[in-house]
Design a protein around this ligand. Structure first.
Ligand code: PLP
Length: 482
């Protein structure tokens, strides 16, 4: 063994940290949960956290910090310009990525704004392995168009392909040929591809893409927000990475890249974000946008405490025993659910466990939001808060018809270092119970539907009294337990 995974009996992943600060959780009774989700318009975004037992909505900004991160935050050097805190972060970035130029930004999407404003002109095309919501919006706002060049495997729910996040090389060549390299300011690769289930790309695939970009004089941009998971998967799934350290793999990726940007709400378990590069010409185009949109070049909209936390968090990310925790817990959750027949996205990726609502509640039509209904039902059954990633998250077409989603998923995110194994087991048990009673779940319908970003603010109601029936069945099976 290469010392990568740490399992006790029955393939249970081991935590390589201990808990020293705790937050009290509430688990309210099932009747109260039904009331809470009704008050939230059956939209998990609108639940109050005090009514949530396990918050699996997202991994963004909710990863646990380490003792060393908290300690570093105390010695932050608070100054508008020239803060020592900034120089510590800049030096850590150079140590890890080998990049000499660093622009701080207040979060990941702020980096996307700067990149898009600096490089995209009307009519440009940005090829990528898969889009992310904020990325696509910024590209479109600047007159650009997204071309998703994923492989056929990427959008299959069940697969044993270890690198569903790869870009299809033939499609990239065809895209360059069709549009011409002048129309392509950069190719974007997203590590740990978020919207298809936290799926990684391989180092081999990335090297091929980098080579093609160099040949045609196109910049290669890496969205490294979910790089930690991607690094872990390269290490354990790719032969050439087996004997490399996480630092070596990181540097290999970085050397193939022109510009790296990241959300530090994920990478580095902190807040904020930034852009890293050795390309002086490209940096010149971005430089003046940083003070305009973010803040002076030595803070970029971040507090100095956040920057100290990122510096330590990035260093900790280079430790396999830190970055394996998320993927191992997710793998465990996916395997346990799969064993009981619950339809999930495979192979297990980073970020979280993704349940296939289209199969789980195959009796609910897509225009009654199967993933939204399932997310509401999971909350009622368990107090676990997940996120709908399906038709509810789409926007209606111009003519008012529904834009039906390719996949109907409920994402249960596992923020890094936050949940214990028994909490994961609890979530699995309740979801298995729900699966056995899935015919009780019915659809939802909008009662308040905003035109844009309806999944954030929209309010829905159940199409019948199915939630009362679900609560009654819960009482029948669980007695007076919560
Ligand atoms: C979260 C995320 C972003 C946006 O980052 P924010 O800090 O939330 O603005 C961009 N890309 C990917 C892949 C992400 O997961």
């Amino acid at each position: 063994m290469s010392g990568v995974t740490f399992h006790s009996g029955e393939n249970v992943p081991l935590e390589m940290h201990k808990v020293r600060i705790v937050q009290k959780l509430n688990l309210i009774a099932v009747e109260e949960r039904q009331k809470a989700i009704a008050e939230a318009g059956n939209n998990t975004f609108l639940l109050r956290n005090r009514d949530v037992y396990l918050d699996m909505l997202t991994d963004s900004g909710v990863n646990a910090m380490s003792d060393k991160q908290l300690a570093a935050m105390m010695i932050a050097d608070d100054s508008y310009a020239g803060s020592e805190t900034y120089y510590r972060l800049e030096a850590k970035i150079e140590e890890i990525f080998g990049t000499k130029i660093f622009f701080p930004a207040h979060q990941g999407r702020a980096c996307e704004n700067i990149l898009s404003k600096a490089f995209i002109k009307e009519g440009d095309v940005i090829p990528m392995n898969y889009h992310f919501t904020t990325t696509k919006s910024h590209i479109m706002l600047n007159g650009g168009r997204v071309e998703e060049l994923f492989t056929d495997e990427a959008i299959k729910i069940t697969s044993d392909n270890p690198f569903k996040g790869n870009m299809d090389i033939d499609k990239l060549l065809a895209c360059i040929k069709e549009n011409g390299p002048d129309r392509i300011p950069f190719v974007r690769m997203e590590a740990g591809t978020n919207l298809i289930g936290g799926q990684p790309f391989s180092l081999e695939n990335y090297r091929q893409i980098s080579k093609i970009c160099k040949e045609y004089g196109i910049m290669l941009v890496l969205d490294a927000s979910l790089l930690a998971d991607n690094l872990y998967f390269m290490k354990v799934r790719e032969d050439e990475c087996k004997d490399m350290s996480i630092r070596q793999i990181t540097r290999e990726i970085s050397d193939l890249t022109d510009i790296i940007y990241f959300s530090a709400r994920k990478l580095g378990c902190a807040r904020g974000g930034g852009i890293c590069t050795n390309n002086a010409e490209a940096a010149e185009k971005m430089k003046e946008l940083v003070p305009l949109y973010e803040g002076f070049l030595t803070y970029g909209g971040m507090s100095v405490r956040e920057m100290e936390a990122i510096t330590i968090g990035l260093d900790e990310t280079m430790d396999i025993n830190m970055i394996n925790q998320g993927p191992l817990f997710i793998e465990y959750m996916v395997e346990q659910l799969e064993k009981k027949g619950v339809p999930v996205v495979t192979p297990a990726g980073g970020l979280g466990c993704h349940i296939d609502a289209m199969a789980f509640v195959d009796h609910i039509a897509q225009d009654q939001y199967p993933a939204g209904a399932l997310a509401a039902a999971i909350y009622i059954a368990s107090g676990v808060r997940g996120m709908e990633r399906g038709t509810m998250s789409e926007q209606r077409n111009e003519d008012g018809s529904e834009q039906l989603s390719n996949m109907e998923l409920v994402r249960l995110a596992l923020p890094r270092r936050v949940f214990t194994m028994s909490q994961v087991k609890y979530a699995v048990d309740r979801i298995v119970w729900l699966y056995e009673n899935r015919k009780l779940i019915e659809g939802l319908t909008f009662v308040e539907e905003p035109k844009i970003l309806r999944f954030f603010f929209g309010r829905l109601a159940p199409v019948s009294n199915w939630q009362e029936k679900l609560v009654a069945k819960f009482r029948e099976d669980f007695g007076d337990s919560l």
